[in-house]
Ligand binder design. Sequence first.
Ligand SMILES: [Zn+2]
Length: 130
Amino acid sequence: MNVDFDILLEQAQAAAEQAYAPYSGYRVGAALLCGDGSVVTGCNVENASLSLTICAERNAVFNAVNQGKREFLALAIYVDSDEIFPPCGACRQVLAEFNPRLPILYANRLGSIFSDLETLLPQAFTLSEQ
Ligand SMILES: [Zn+2]
């Protein structure tokens, strides 16, 4: 399946508008292209007890799994900032559970960087024998 990252990024950008980020100020959206062609989004949801904050990427994955989806083909992440961030380590590990080679585009107001999970998280933790 060809991935239109422009459209996926637009959906991530729209998801960022839903972010609840009163502490960091970083509004983040993620758009996950699923194996059935659907797109599931997530935004970051912060909490006064900061460790309870959940990232947009994991929110998208958990939302997709909750809808019965297990196959993920691509991910776009948008942060409404001039700074740019790849997914955090926790999100990388969660994404690797479903597709250790997931193509990932992460972007901000100024541009984007294309990568993949194999590059961002080599030798991910797994319980299965390699
Ligand atoms: Zn994260």
